[in-house]
Design a protein around this ligand. Sequence first.
Ligand code: FAQ
Length: 346
Amino acid sequence: MATAAAHETARTQAYGTGDATDTTGTDAYETAFDAAVAADERIEPRDWMPDAYRSTLIRQIAQHAHSEIIGMQPEANWITRAPSLRRKAILMAKVQDEAGHGLYLYSAAETLGTSRDELLDKLHTGRQKYSSIFNYPTLTWADVGAIGWLVDGAAITNQVPLCRCSYGPYARAMVRICKEESFHQRQGYELLLALGRGTPEQHAMAQDAVDRWWWPSLMMFGPPDDESPHSAQSMAWKIKRHSNDELRQRFVDICVPQAESLGLTLPDPDLRWNEERGHHDFGVIDWAEFWDVLKGNGPCNEQRMTQRRRAHDEGAWVREAAAAYAAKHSGGRQTGETGETGATRA
Ligand code: FAQ
């Protein structure tokens, strides 16, 4: 672990030269980068960083952003069929929040020298992924509750440590995202609680949703540690703070008492408290299913991508209008304050 003083010296030597193109200083740059990571400081967009650090971040942040916008689809499926005005308003707000998360994350990725257009193109052409979880269907209203409780719950467990990610823009985006995800998790829990305490049919519907979403939620954390090619390096760079298996275990431990309070059963006969480990043991995850979903063979992969490409094409006029508006108003900004620009901004 570098001391703060050592880090400061290395940083000044590297960044203080002011010439980022000076390749003779690469070692000093690298030393400063390593020292900043070791000292738990944030790497910022203009700081020097190894190419592989940059590309790992672009891969992870882009996949995360894509997950947020594709994740709007399964829940949006229920907006028109929400059982009350209150539930509908909540669900619409949640789905809009996911779009917002996508925007923060695409913006964070853009600070690394890529563009949103490029990232979306990679999503649409299958060169970048989105989370496996969104390839499962939402068959009943209870699925909205199960997504909130389990999927948002898993997302928070994974993402709270990302608020301490070494890359500043990603870490800062995660702070707000986690606050909103926390509200999403609670709405799902409250929805399932209402169904669980409802009629026998409603209880059965809630149980069926939990039965279908439990295992895919555990897969969200990624492959087991010994099959996770990126974890070791990402943890060394402090992009990831915990391994996939550590976070999965944390999630299971959180969910067990919550399921009991809901009066619902987690669909795993091997789930039991292990006194020695101080954690719950749980059954074997079907990793063949996980890899198959990643290959595009999940129940909804095709539907999600078709819908995404269609939405992108249908949104072309919005992007053109926004670009025309920005071009028109950038003139006002450069030449000082025009009445119209001022009024628009107010
Ligand atoms: N799905 O070596 P690792 C949400 C891939 S947001 C698909 O372990 P890494 C909010 C991985 O990319 C949910 N692919 O990789 C919401 C890699 O592929 P590659 C999204 C997966 O990056 C709620 C390969 O497997 N959250 O839910 C998955 O170190 C409700 C090897 O894996 C994030 O993205 C997967 N589940 O760790 C929205 C969080 N897991 O490049 C709407 C940020 C792994 O070798 C409604 N991301 N892969 O071909 C992360 O924390 C990490 O990227 C992990 C994977 C933990 C997902």
